[in-house]
Design a protein around this ligand. Sequence first.
Ligand code: PMP
Length: 377
Amino acid sequence: MPIYLDGHSTTPLAPEAMEAMAPWWHAQVGNPHSPHLSGMLASQAVETARAELASLIGSDPQELVFTSGATEANNIAIRGIALAALESGVGRRDIVVSAIEHKSVLSSARSLRSAGFRIIEAPVDVNGIVDISALERLVSTETLLVSVMAVNNEVGSIQPLDQVVRMARAAGALVHVDAAQGAGKLPLDLAEVDLASLSSHKMYGPMGIGALFISSAAPLRPLPVFFGGGQEAGIRPGTVPTPLVVGFGAAAKISRERLKADAAHSAGLSALFLEELRSRQVQFIENVSVPQRVSGSLSLRFPGNDAMSIIARAGDRISISEGSACTSGQITASHVLLEMGFTHHEAAETVRLYFSRYNTEPDATDAAVVLSEIVGR
Ligand code: PMP
């Protein structure tokens, strides 16, 4: 198998999460909403997992709603809050988002234009950090919601959430954080935000499960965007998938326990990889420098080399992505890199790598050898 270095897209499942999930597929099967013993045991397992996730982000378990992932959580947060404003007579109609949000935030927000909302996109600097003074000018007493991600999924840039929260609060606006790439990687304290989206498969949990944090102190609660059996406080109806939730909970527990160790491990491997490239005199440019990016994440350009051709040539030896996996196959350049001021050409040269908890030192050195063979000196 190729060396897997695409943890921005999805991380490998933690063995502990796999083990925790196993019995819930067959031996201990039960719909957590059923009244019999099997159902009650499943329900208890779901609540244990909810508590694990809550302790990772410093929330109350009852403030978490399980969803199918961060895409759904982002949709409920943004569209649900807009619906709540329309229904409750709140007159604010501006939604301010950073210009480098994930498509599930940008598209959810833009979909609200037809309902009379104004979507304002705040610029970012060359390191992919939201421009706080521009944000300050854009947020006003017309602002319903400010949505800024914790960590960008393409370049790993860490956003100044404290300042975003302070500014939004001063204008009386709600704050949503897409924490899909931050939770489990950074010590996130979401106590001050109203809504936050989480994704299990970015923190070594299974795919297909995520959560929306809705603060009990939020002045407005999102309305549901789907209707059904009323599960998850009616915010996200549908049967809660016990095995996935249990795996997510186990992954959250390990991430909390290993937060510092994981960050040190990932930082060490990415530094080793870059060192190895340098020792082979490979020409490369880091798009985002160290203090601004999350440990283990690299956004690199090899001048004169198109990312797609590097990826194709590295195919059976290392798995890496171009600027954004979410736009894979499309010719359009990454909106994130363009917003950061890169040209289309520079964006097309950009590859991203992530050194995860399960990568090793030989992975880092071997990956550098492969890339040096492909791009030359
Ligand atoms: N937000 C960010 C920042 C992401 O990186 C992703 C996944 N690429 C998502 C949202 C969507 O998450 P999910 O796959 O859980 O729907």
